[in-house]
Design a protein around this ligand. Structure first.
Ligand SMILES: Cc1cc2nc3c(=O)[nH]c(=O)nc-3n(C[C@H](O)[C@H](O)[C@H](O)COP(=O)(O)O)c2cc1C
Length: 194
């Protein structure tokens, strides 16, 4: 059964947001949706948005901001994004912080990013990412080790550390399915919050 078509567009600097986007895609595919996952950094690969019943956008926080390619995608497609069921997820180290203030800070960066656009997604999520020491150069490894120590994360630079809560990711995907399916079946719009 085809429950509707969903586009997932992601921005990533070190791969974790791509991995999360693909997991969201896998959950939605299992739920009967026809899913397309694309990297915002390859705009020529982004298909026409008009044929989708729902759109999920994800980006990671790098130096307190999200990827420019994702901001550009949102600005270029504001009309469609505000018309169909939509969701945004923000991936960061602080989202997985043991300190509640760190988690609040991650939500603030996410919300300020959205507020800088006219897009009001139905769902917004803050998801813990990964510290991929093996992908960083020596200077960045040193810097991230310091940042990680402060945030209570691992300082073992000999390997990568994944903090993503996959149950949270799967819940988020299922919540998106819940708002897209009635829209895809009836064309009825879904109220937006915030
Ligand atoms: C250079 C650099 C800067 C980062 N800046 C932040 C930041 O400002 N706030 C934060 O919470 N996490 C920060 N992080 C952690 C990333 O958000 C985390 O590693 C995330 O999983 C990256 O996702 P990606 O692999 O999809 O790019 C930073 C990571 C790197 C490597």
């Amino acid at each position: 059964m085809n429950a509707g078509r969903i586009l997932i567009v992601f921005g990533t600097s070190y791969g974790q947001t791509a991995k999360i986007a693909r997991r969201i895609g896998a959950v939605l595919t299992d739920l009967g949706f026809d899913v397309t996952v694309v990297d915002a950094a390859q705009p020529h690969a982004v298909p026409s948005l008009e044929s989708f019943d729902g759109i999920v956008v994800g980006a990671s926080i790098i130096a307190r901001g999200h990827q420019k390619s994702v901001a550009q995608f949102i600005h270029a497609n504001m009309g469609v994004l505000n018309r169909v069921p939509s969701a945004f997820f923000s991936v960061s180290a602080s989202a997985g912080s043991k300190d509640p203030a760190g988690r609040v800070a991650a939500e603030r960066v996410r919300d300020e990013f959205l507020a800088s656009t006219w897009w009001r997604p139905h769902l917004r999520e803050s998801i813990a990412g990964a510290i991929n020491y093996t992908r960083y150069n020596a200077l960045l490894r040193w810097y991230m080790k310091r940042a990680s120590r402060k945030a209570g994360g691992s300082t073992d630079t000999s390997r990568d550390h994944e903090y993503t809560d996959w149950a949270q990711v799967e819940r988020f995907a299922a919540d998106m399915a819940g708002i897209v399916e009635p829209f895809a079946v009836s064309g009825l719009s879904v109220p937006r919050l915030g």
